[in-house]
Design a protein. Structure first.
Length: 251
């Protein structure tokens, strides 16, 4: 399995898909920063108080990491199904669980790579657009906790996206379904709460919406939820889809 992870990692970092998604994320971050800079004066006028120029106050509201991550997972992890190499790996003696888990690991690594890159690009945007240097807007421990919390959410999202790829086995359909989950997953869960009359807020366990709810100054209260969500997604989605993949015909 380790050899497959190394091979997949090498293919991922040298492939066009990762580079295109990375450029998409970078452009999105700069556009969001420019838009926030352009509207600061307007928002100050509307609310009647000074609006913070800290880009990280609203950085993840626009899913600059999630959407490129979804595209990468949907396209890259369906390659083996398109090319028929899944059967090749299994026939060589690699267990299906090992194969499936190795793909999840690559997804987690790419998630963290995107997130850390986004953080560094965000710092650059703070300097360019808001003249904020370094980490003066908060302390180091908050930043580390924030990135760890967001990493867990993004790893949970990649787990869901990869699981759906293994279930659907088609890059275009997988991409469409994952995109729909980004935009409508929260609404579906909220609707179920109302229809079933649930007294508990199940939307709190929707990783994609929690990404833009978490703030640097609130990270301590969100961290336990992030840990629970990551392991829940790994057990529920990874476990269920992995079991289906183990029993399914791969020819």
């Amino acid at each position: 399995m380790l050899n497959l992870i190394r091979a997949d990692f090498y293919k991922a970092i040298h492939g066009k898909v990762l580079k295109v998604c990375f450029l998409m994320m970078t452009g999105w971050i700069f556009l969001c920063a420019y838009a926030q800079k352009a509207t600061i004066g307007m928002r100050e006028y509307l609310v009647g108080t000074e609006v913070s120029a800290n880009y990280w106050d609203s950085f993840f509201n626009y899913y600059p990491v999630v959407f490129p991550l979804i595209i990468f997972c949907s396209y890259y992890f369906s390659n083996d199904f398109r090319q028929g190499t899944v059967k090749h790996y299994i026939e060589k003696g690699l267990s299906r669980w090992s194969y499936f888990f190795s793909k999840l690991v690559i997804g987690w690594i790419v998630s963290c790579f995107f997130l850390v890159s986004a953080f560094l690009i965000g710092l650059l945007c703070n300097k360019i657009f808001f003249e904020i240097s370094g980490l003066t807007f908060t302390n180091i421990s908050n930043i580390v906790s924030y990135i760890f919390c967001e990493a867990l959410y993004h790893m949970a999202v990649s787990t869901l996206a990869i699981s759906l790829v293994f279930l659907i086995r088609n890059s275009s359909v997988s991409m469409a379904v994952n995109a729909l989950l980004i935009f409508f997953g929260y609404l579906v869960l909220h609707g179920l709460e109302s229809i079933l009359g649930l007294g508990y807020n199940i939307t709190i366990f929707w990783a994609i919406s929690n990404i833009n709810k978490t703030r640097i100054d609130m990270v301590v209260q969100w961290l336990p939820t992030a840990i629970i969500i990551f392991f829940a997604y790994m057990i529920i989605f990874g476990g269920v889809i992995g079991t289906i993949f183990k029993k399914r015909d791969i020819t």
